[in-house]
Design a protein around this ligand. Structure first.
Ligand code: ZN
Length: 334
């Protein structure tokens, strides 16, 4: 077999662009059941570079469904074993691996990738990777399974609903998401206990296959992207698409929260008009007006002469905004 034959069958598919796949990098977070199927499929398909992130070691209970691990691998770090096997499957693919937690991998790794695939079995882990994907503005394919039930979601930050936009996230969980990179969340994740979940290889292959397919479609820009939430019930052969909408109030990707986290610096002698102009330029507003405790600020007044509220919170109103946004004015000391 000549090397040109390797991808010849998939190249028969209309719209397939092998070169663009060879120029692509994908980060795979989590190399358990679904992750090993995803990694195998994407390595075989000829993605240019795969970055594997997993801190766990191989256990006997993994062997029923985790494709890349054999008897002899028990006790070894999954990231190292997987990297070696994938290199054997396709030596053409560049493999980078991190035998550590995703939170401990440098942000630059996520920034440099073309797409992130998250194969995580915890809710908190999914929320963390969603925050990261939104932060670095990279497409995220996320999926999970429980016995014969599975789900897949594709998130294009600021275009499609993110993991936190949806009503599927309980309220109390949402509030914690306001500090996506805070120490609180890190601690929460560390103390988290993971009870064993029911899992079967058929589901890892189905969900892993669907996720890989969505990733390929995003990279190849073909087909209809799954911009919503797909729910699969293997026992009843039922597929349900749950239509989600983006939320302005989303703590991770919503405009309101995005602006709220930003301290808008003003100099004491600057007028309200000048500050409004800077707000307009920064956030694409038309003619923003500033309001504090129910009254509009005089545009000609200097910031130092305005009566600010206790925490320097002001509301910005503008034609381009569906509802007022909250900012914190930080007065620069001259
Ligand atoms: Zn969101």
């Amino acid at each position: 077999m000549s090397e040109e034959d390797r991808y010849s069958r998939q190249q028969l598919i209309p719209g397939w662009d092998q070169e663009s796949l060879q120029d692509s990098t994908i980060v795979i977070v989590g190399l358990g059941a679904i992750g090993t199927y995803v990694a195998t499929i994407l390595a075989s398909s000829g993605i240019g570079k795969l970055t594997l992130i997993e801190f766990d070691t191989v256990e006997v209970s993994n062997l029923n469904r985790q494709l890349l691990y054999y008897d002899k691998d028990v006790g070894k770090p999954k990231a190292i074993v997987a990297a070696k096997k994938l290199k054997e499957i396709n030596p053409k693919v560049q493999i980078e691996f991190f035998n550590k937690k995703m939170e401990d991998v440098s942000v630059s790794v996520y920034e440099k990738t073309d797409l992130i695939i998250a194969c995580l079995d915890t809710f908190i882990g999914r929320r963390w990777i969603n925050s990261m994907a939104v932060r670095v503005k990279k497409p995220l394919v996320m999926g999970g399974m429980f016995a014969f039930l599975g789900n897949v979601q594709v998130i294009i930050p600021y275009e499609t609903p993110c993991f936190e936009c949806q009503p599927l996230v309980p309220d109390e969980e949402l509030t914690q998401a306001c500090t996506p990179f805070g120490e609180e969340r890190k601690k929460e994740r560390e103390k988290e206990e993971e009870p064993p979940l029911p899992a079967v290889a058929t589901m890892s292959s189905i969900i892993g296959g669907l996720m890989s397919q969505e990733a390929l479609k995003v990279l190849l820009k073909i087909g209809e992207s799954l911009e919503n939430y797909l729910f699969y019930d293997g026992l009843n052969n039922a597929t349900t698409i749950i239509h989600l909408v983006r939320s302005d109030d989303c703590p991770t990707c919503g405009d309101l929260y995005k602006l709220e986290q930003i301290q808008f610096v003003a100099s004491p002698k600057e007028t309200v008009k000048d500050l409004s102009l800077r707000l307009a330029l920064t956030y694409g507003l038309e003619k923003p007006e500033l309001m504090i405790e129910g009254s509009f600020l005089d545009p000609d007044k200097q910031i130092q002469k305005c009566k600010l509220s206790e925490k320097n919170i002001a509301f910005v109103l503008d034609k381009n905004l569906a509802k007022p946004i909250k900012i914190v004015i930080q007065i620069k000391s001259d």
